[in-house]
Design a protein around this ligand. Structure first.
Ligand SMILES: Nc1ncnc2c1ncn2[C@@H]1O[C@H](COP(=O)(O)OP(=O)(O)OP(=O)(O)O)[C@@H](O)[C@H]1O
Ligand SMILES: [Mg+2]
Length: 231
């Protein structure tokens, strides 16, 4: 698959996020060259075999959480980005995921964007409370509560909701949060409280205008998991 600079929609610290060239429902995440340089410089140690996955460690962590839910008979919640597969691109092996949009906005704004743009209103706060309740009831482990990892999505005319697009999974050698659910819940509550304080400090925003890119196709809510063939 060939990726074009003009299709770059967002960048995180580790990855660039592109529009899929042929499918508006999907995004392609590829590692930024600078991040690859950093992980390549890391020293490998025999007692940390997972480090050999280098840049893919976080993807494996995220998938582990998603697959644990599936193994437990829980259907894929809309509050987590859907992983679709891996795809060979001219910028390295990429991750295919289902795009979260918000109405006509091609990319849903992040919690960080909402605060930054003064768009926090009662609807946002209510959606956040629903999300917090759901996350605390779920056994999911979330390691990175960066406000840019939570998006404020909206599928068609349905009510908006928060979803996690990055940061799932255990980061410690021993999976302590999975081993001790009470600890996991306490940590999540603390981090959610911190996010809530951010929203509360943000004040009430004016009318939203979240479109950062031209409007795309409608959002699908129930995308089947499949490994897409390399283009
Ligand atoms: N499935 C998605 N739907 C909509 N927007 C998304 C999705 N996944 C990522 N994004 C957007 O792209 C940005 C970067 O994605 P992501 O957090 O996966 O990158 P990253 O480089 O791994 O992040 P970090 O800086 O936390 O390491 C997000 O902050 C969000 O704005
Ligand atoms: Mg991120």
């Amino acid at each position: 698959m060939k990726l074009d600079d003009t299709d770059l929609l967002a960048s995180g610290g580790r990855r660039d996020v592109y529009r899929h060239p042929d499918d508006d429902r999907l995004l392609v995440k590829v590692f930024r060259p600078r991040h690859l340089e950093t992980v390549r410089r890391e020293r490998l140690r025999w007692y940390r075999p997972f480090r050999r996955l280098r840049q893919w460690t976080a993807t494996i962590r995220e998938l582990t959480e998603v697959l644990k839910l599936d193994a437990g008979g829980v259907s894929h919640p809309r509050q987590i980005q859907r992983f679709v597969g891996l795809v060979e691109t001219d910028r390295g092996l990429g991750e295919l995921v289902v795009r979260k949009g918000h109405g006509d906005a091609f990319l849903a704004p992040t919690l960080h964007d909402l605060v930054q743009e003064g768009r926090v209103d009662d609807t946002v706060r209510a959606a956040f409370e629903d999300f917090a309740t759901w996350l605390l009831e779920s056994p999911l482990v979330v390691s990175d509560f960066n406000p840019k990892n939570f998006v404020y999505a909206r599928d068609g005319d349905e009510a908006p909701y928060f979803a996690i697009v990055d940061g799932l999974g255990e980061t410690t050698y021993l999976p302590v949060k999975s081993l001790f659910p009470a600890l996991n819940r306490r940590k999540k509550r603390e981090k959610l409280d911190a996010l809530r304080r951010r929203l509360d400090g943000a004040g009430t925003g004016r009318a939203p205008d979240g479109a950062r890119t031209p409007a795309g196709a409608g959002i699908i809510s129930d995308f089947p998991a499949a490994v897409a063939p390399a283009h």
